[in-house]
Design a protein around this ligand. Structure first.
Ligand code: UT7
Length: 328
């Protein structure tokens, strides 16, 4: 695979203020801090305010990224928002963000690839940049998953959370680049992780609401096993195409769905703990936002620098999976 000459000019993130702890959840469903910690690695997560929608969080993250890129909103040419919890079916969350930013000259769209959404957005935006169609792209992962969680289902409500991350991508002169990427989908497992109603298959009725069909349902065990295998497979593929080995990776940023899935990938790659970024303990699973938030954190804190080899790997509903190796 030929490298794609693009770079992150800047990043940004937004985490809502309200913190929901495992102890708080013990009061809502039959669960325990011990179960959640040992089975998932999550201790706390952020919950958006009632009036705060996905596009509001996306806007906050994007504003920071645009400012750090020393750009004005009018200069942004492409906006892609990865989300599975859009403000509305339509218009796209991208269009809402465009309006709030005043990014009048940008084309805006959403990508629905669940937890793989940020890497999908990265790859799609990069293709527009290297083809010369656009000079820059604002990619965002933003989710208000707590708005589509069944708060009576202890198997899912302890996992999912809210937040947003963003990045400004521009063409590079070849120093920074995407060395390789791998994207994949398998719709045959779609119903193992989905929101069953609200779309054209099961439009909203009193019955769909009563049966809580507008919230996330997940066959956790099945998804867990596929996630472990697919994360290994996709990351291996990207490493092979990039011509690197695990030893070359400065930092691996995996999607934060479950610490056990992250640990399984880390052990498979024989990476030491300090080479795998984990923030699931603080933020839970924020789907498309998770890698975007993590990438901003490591960038902001100076944990990564230009020239580092960064691995990204994600897996989620669809099913979808994605990985990329960046020379940052
Ligand atoms: O982000 C995209 C993709 N998503 C994922 O990758 C998630 C993948 N799946 C998982 O992370 C895990 O399957 C879960 C964290 C969702 C569940 O962990 P598990 O180890 O697979 O648990 P389980 O579903 O096998 O359940 C084990 C037990 C069950 O009780 P019994 O039947 O053994 O008596 C559950 O009812 O744990 C029970 N359980 C809970 N107990 C306390 C399920 N949820 C909870 C809970 N608190 N919150």
């Amino acid at each position: 695979m030929a490298p794609i000459n693009i770079k992150f000019k800047s990043t940004g993130a937004y985490l809502p203020e309200r913190v929901l702890t495992n102890q708080d959840l013990e009061k809502i469903v039959d669960t325990s801090d011990e179960w959640i910690t040992t089975r998932t690695g999550i201790k706390t997560r952020r919950i958006a305010a009632d009036e705060e929608a996905t596009s509001d969080m996306a806007y906050e993250a994007a504003k920071i990224a645009i400012k750090r890129a020393d750009m004005s909103p009018e200069e942004v040419e492409l906006i892609i928002v990865g989300t599975i919890s859009p403000d509305m079916f339509f218009p796209s969350t991208g269009c809402f963000v465009q309006d709030r930013l005043g990014a009048k000259n940008a084309v805006a769209m959403d990508i629905n690839a669940a937890c793989s959404g940020y890497i999908y957005s990265l790859v799609i935006a990069s293709k527009f940049l290297v083809s010369g169609t656009y000079k820059n792209a604002l990619i965002i992962g933003s989710e208000k998953l707590t708005s589509i969680v069944n708060w009576e289902d202890r198997a899912t409500c302890v996992l999912f959370a809210d937040g947003a991350g963003a990045g400004i991508l521009v063409p590079s002169n070849g120093g920074s680049k995407i060395l390789a990427f791998d994207l994949g989908s398998d719709g045959s497992y779609g119903k193992d992780l989905c929101v069953p109603a609200g779309g054209s298959r099961n439009p909203a009725t009193k019955e769909t609401v009563d049966k809580k069909m507008h919230s996330i349902v997940m066959n956790g065990n099945a998804i867990f096993k596929i996630a472990v295998n697919k994360m290994r497979e996709t990351f291996n593929k990207s490493m092979a195409m990039a011509g690197v080995t695990a030893d070359d990776i400065t930092l691996l940023i995996p999607h934060q769905a479950n610490l056990r899935i992250i640990e399984s990938l880390r052990n498979f790659l024989k990476l030491p703990k300090e080479k795998v970024y984990v923030n699931i303990d603080r933020y839970g699973n924020t789907s498309a936002a998770s890698i975007a938030i993590a990438l901003n954190e490591v960038h902001e804190q100076g944990i990564i620098k230009r020239g580092d080899i960064i691995g990204l790997a994600a897996f989620g509903g669809g099913l979808t999976w994605a990985s990329a190796i960046l020379e940052f």
